[in-house]
Design a protein around this ligand. Structure first.
Ligand code: CP
Length: 304
């Protein structure tokens, strides 16, 4: 039995196989329509979600399985003080696999230690979001044609943005990757990521605060929302929330091949006028999320 806490739990070879399976599922959905018949997915979400929870559920339904779960801590017995460890012990007897989102970093890991079914981290605090990373990798691979030799700009809240932390960790395994980290000084990537993932591995990166100055050099621009729920005070959030707004004028400075990704939800950081630009692929990215989660469920249940 295997759990997924981090995208790095999968080797590059395993990721290649997973993406190939997701691609086959996209092309031949009928082939997989009953592969999870009789299996149940529990979605245990202690924090709000639209895409991750519903794409996990859509994934299991597409595979012929069933879903059960809760969508907030308040609607579960966590509100009465039940521990994650006790909850997962119980859910292990109700379902075959569990996707868990929790505001506390490491909570899905604790769950995995007390579980007798595979647990997938569906986002833990500001730490990791591995299935978003798998979604991002599938999006880049399918729409850019490669995962190597790319200059990737991350823009916005790089301190609290768990999708950024996960994707940087996953991309450094491919050759020729360079990062441009665009944020206000207060929202730069955490020190551990700069030291252990970038500096120790000699990955080229620059930290800047002017998007206009660098957008023309990028292959990928990964926009992020300023994570209001992780701020300690509202004043700081209000001061920083509109630090970057990608609009048509900025897109005019970018190359014709640059792709704009965003894990969503968006607030103000991408003007809606950008949505019709063919380089804006964030809604397509959300669609890819269903297929990579289908592939992950099938692999973890050892059905392929
Ligand atoms: N990208 C993402 O995690 O979206 P949700 O918070 O809506 O699940």
């Amino acid at each position: 039995m295997r759990h997924i806490m981090n995208a790095l739990d999968l080797s590059v070879e395993e990721l290649d196989k997973l993406m190939a399976l997701a691609k086959d599922m996209m092309a031949h959905p009928d082939k997989y329509a009953e592969i999870c018949k009789g299996k149940k997915l529990a979605t245990c979400f202690y924090e709000p979600s639209t895409r991750t929870r519903l794409s996990f559920e859509a994934a299991m339904l597409n595979l012929g399985g069933s879903v059960l779960g809760f969508s907030s801590a308040d609607s579960s017995s966590a509100a009465k003080g039940e521990s994650v460890a006790d909850t997962i012990r119980v859910i292990s007897s109700y379902a075959d696999i569990c996707a868990m989102r929790h505001p506390k970093e490491g909570a899905p890991l604790v769950a995995s230690m007390h579980s007798s079914i595979p647990v997938i981290n569906a986002g833990d605090g500001g730490h990791n979001h591995p299935t978003q990373t798998l979604t991002d990798l599938l999006t880049i691979k399918n729409l850019k044609g490669r995962l190597d030799h790319l200059k990737i700009g991350f823009c916005g809240d790089l301190k609290f943005g768990r999708t950024v932390h996960s994707l940087i960790g996953a991309m450094v395994r491919y050759p020729g990757i360079e990062f441009v980290l665009i944020s206000p000084p207060e929202l730069r990537i955490p020190d551990y990521l700069r030291k252990e993932t970038l500096e120790e591995k000699n990955i080229p990166f620059q930290e800047v605060s002017d998007l206009d100055a660098v957008i023309g050099d990028l292959d990928i621009l990964y926009m992020t929302r300023v994570q209001r729920e992780r701020f300690f005070n509202e004043e700081d959030y209000i001061r920083l929330r509109d630090s970057f707004i990608l609009d048509k004028a900025k897109m005019d400075l970018a190359s014709k091949d640059m792709l704009v990704l965003h894990p969503l939800p968006r607030v103000n950081e991408i003007a809606t006028e950008v949505d019709d630009d063919p380089r804006a692929v964030y809604f397509k990215q959300a669609e890819f999320g269903v297929y990579i989660r289908m592939a992950l469920i099938v692999v973890l249940l050892e059905l392929a």
